[in-house]
Design a protein around this ligand. Sequence first.
Ligand code: ADP
Ligand code: MG
Length: 708
Amino acid sequence: MDGIAGKEDDAMAIRLTDPVQTLPGIGPTRAKGLEKLGIATAGDLLWYFPKRYEDRRATFSIADAPVETAVCVPAMVAQRPVTSYIRQGLTVTKVRVVDDQGQMTLTFFNQTYVQSALKPGEEYIFFGKVEKDNGRVAMTNPVFEQKGRQRFTGRIMPVYPLTAGVSNNLIAGAVQRVLADCGRAVPERLPEGLRQERGLLPIGPALQYVHFPRTEGELEGARRRLVFEELYYFSLGLALMKTRRGMGQGAVCTGGQLEDYIATLPFPLTNAQRRALEEAAADMASGRAMNRLIQGDVGSGKTVVAAGCLYLAAKSGWQSALMAPTEILARQHYATLEPLLAQSGLRVGLLTGSMKAKEKRSVYEELELGLLDVVIGTHALLSEGVRFRRLGLVVTDEQHRFGVSQRAALAGKGGEGDFHPHVLVLSATPIPRTLALILYGDLEVSVMDELPPGRQSIDTFLISEDKRQRMYGFVRRQKAEGHQTYIVCPAVGDAAAPLQETELTPAQELKAVEAYAETLQKEVFPDLRIGLVHGKLSAKAKAAAMNAFASGETDVLVATTVIEVGVDVPNATLMVVENAERFGLSQLHQLRGRVGRGKEKSYCVLVSSNRSEETRKRLKALCSTNDGFKIAELDLELRGPGDFFGNRQHGLPQLRVADLAGDMRVLREAQEAAEALLAQDPDLQNPENRAILERVQELFAQNQDTLN
Ligand code: ADP
Ligand code: MG
């Protein structure tokens, strides 16, 4: 057993602020490893929480031990362990152990230290899965420790996230030592009154139980307390950011008549669109900087609402930027918004990474001189050269792809001092409300819960391989009726479920998409025109493929998820998704939203031969509803919030214990408590709330500028 055995009875008591190297068994190398995990001091260890637990309580004799579940088995080492060298890099150490009624063979791979660690005649507790074969009992790579000096067996064992050179026992042992020496010295960070009112554990026991719970009940109590604390400060910080930011001066946009803009549209607005637009317009006229999220299901018509804001800004003498996550989407927005806004006399430009340096330079110039009212683009808008003359509004589309920091970077091009451009965020992923609060806690939210009239729900079917020919027939029928089809194949990184042995490398996968498109063209649909678009194509080739599809030159577009967001080709009426099990529900809903955008009845066919109960349940859910919010809730429930946060830099403090899917109740409680406090002391300036304010500032250190 590796770890810190031997020195644990060191006499010197550890203090919370001591560097981890003060702990027995931790030298410079291990300290470096711990530092990588964000652990520098003894106190940090206490806040490094297990990611899960292993129940090592059940103890059995060799004869009674059940198979297939890991259990503890006390036994005596019967003979000296024997190590054989199988080949380079592989050793096998075997040892026989016995108890009153039975014997068992232990096998250790590449753990030669076992030879000296397990002493004949001594008793140990072995933890692992027992295998039984014809009366022979065995265990492979068990965890073990000496009987009577048990620390990691016979209990619920914490399992920590690890890094090279840092073992679980190292962390568990160190945490145990710190808890014993100074667990009681940890300062309480929740106000006493609040803690009691909410029936929460004091910090000492909470930390003890979160690392080493004796029962499920203790663990639950500890989590509740720690999650509450975390979400309480999180909510306070977000609320403060919101009020402080609200105090920033914004571009006053009172020029232009909304009705004039609406009159240029080819359709009347839905009530939801009108409401969202009016809310945004009120923000923009207020003199304070707007921070608004428009959340609307796919196809609810967010683009024209955003365009209304661009119009208001321009008519009041301000420039705007609209940032989209992909080049395809930026170009598409440009194609629809340029002619629309030109009717109102606005000058609209496009800026994307793939444009020639010369073209970019001329856009830079026009922006700086104020010759453009609106610029639509990709991340290229964040580049050094982009400067505005009078930036008053920043719109980011499909926000879930951008982080708070990027949004801020673009807004930062606006002006100086107390002035902030208005920020409008369009979110296509219908995010459950609670999650939206965390992700966008500093934003006001307009929900567009209505689709334009005449939209029909999209009929969705789940089929397996044996119906493939019928599906092809269906594609042909769309064509016969003058409509078009998307066929989406998963690309690398789309894996919702862990991939099996069949996993392809990016190159193989790309080949697979290309080969698939070719087969379709040659063997299945020789008479149809098949297009292909995927992430590895040049921007120009992508645009060409999209244009060909949009203008109806191609009948079928084979694509990877590059078309997931925003793409709008109303004549497409069928969406086929291959290997549908590889996608998350929300992602499938987004994909499905690429059809049903015109007046025609539209369909979505999910192809999956995956037989797992769970997968079929997920996919069937999609067949039964078109409500994006319901689907998002379900996705969150089934897969956790990882998808929403992903690897994104959202620029907010990291949540260490709270699980946003599971802890919604506590979130609500914490928010309530935070609101109650702020109702009494909106800026936390009251001396008795000093400690709370300091804690918030510490947590939101990255966002200092907005908190100070
Ligand atoms: P999303 O909210 O998914 O971004 P879009 O803004 O792309 O949706 O709009 C989807 C389609 O609906 C577009 O073709 C758009 O022109 C159309 N549309 C938007 N608003 C209306 C409306 N009020 N009536 C009819 N069609 C609309
Ligand atoms: Mg959109």
